[in-house]
Design a protein around this ligand. Structure first.
Ligand SMILES: CC(C)(COP(=O)(O)OP(=O)(O)OC[C@H]1O[C@@H](n2cnc3c(N)ncnc32)[C@H](O)[C@@H]1OP(=O)(O)O)[C@@H](O)C(=O)NCCC(=O)NCCS
Length: 186
């Protein structure tokens, strides 16, 4: 494809996106919410907002240093989902030796239940399947919303990790391990 055709494609995308945002502002009911959500790579300047969402959802949130380590490592792929330039969720997947691992997937409580988690999960699967044959994750057995999200996408339980998570009063909580084969996935 010539460089001009590539530029035309880029322009088509940008104009289309800008139209959607224009219509969303002028005629809010004419545009579906999912059309306004965009995925892009996480940047260091996103961290203040990410840390706020992290603290809203987890009793044991990741520190800034953990996010920075992930962003600085070639083995991690870090993405955010934004809606009209506001960060609504993010996810991080690690990849090594043909295996991918979803390390974090988190959606602002204000927009949960509106498709952000599914969009992020689908994207992380697409990112992972370029390099990995299977994708794994851990989830607290009490986290029914997350388990429903993963099972809906075809993840299967493959075991329990004893005492994997920190819990209140210095205790530990088990994790359910889930996996999805990426080979021949459609
Ligand atoms: C789990 C989480 C990522 C889901 O994101 P979300 O944007 O709310 O999910 P979606 O709107 O895309 O929902 C997709 C599916 O997940 C399931 N789901 C989501 N919220 C649910 C809830 N409260 N109860 C039951 N199922 C739920 C449903 O199967 C849903 O499909 P449906 O809409 O067809 O019923 C979100 O709740 C979250 O960020 N939770 C806090 C952080 C967390 O626990 N992360 C996972 C760590 S392992």
């Amino acid at each position: 494809m010539s460089i001009w055709k590539v530029l035309d494609k880029v322009r088509e995308f940008v104009v289309y996106d800008a139209d959607k945002e224009f219509y969303a502002k002028v005629f809010p009911d004419s545009v579906e919410r999912k059309d306004l959500m965009r995925l892009r790579r996480m940047r260091h300047e996103d961290l203040p907002l990410i840390l706020q969402i992290e603290a809203k959802n987890y009793n044991f949130p990741w520190s800034e240093a953990i996010f920075k380590d992930c962003m600085n490592s070639m083995h991690y792929s870090c993405w955010i989902c934004e809606e009209l330039d506001v960060i609504v969720g993010y996810s991080i997947v690690s990849m090594a030796a043909g295996e991918a691992h979803i390390m974090n997937i988190n959606v602002d409580p204000a927009v949960q239940g509106q498709g952000v988690g599914s969009k992020l999960l689908e994207h992380m699967i697409e990112v992972a399947r370029k390099k990995a044959e299977s994708i794994f994750l851990e989830v607290r057995p009490s986290n029914k919303a997350a388990i429903a999200l993963y099972e809906k996408r075809g993840f299967n339980e493959i075991g329990i990790r004893k005492g994997y998570y920190p819990a209140e009063n210095g205790r530990r909580e088990d994790a359910v391990m889930l996996a999805l084969e990426l080979v021949n996935l459609f």
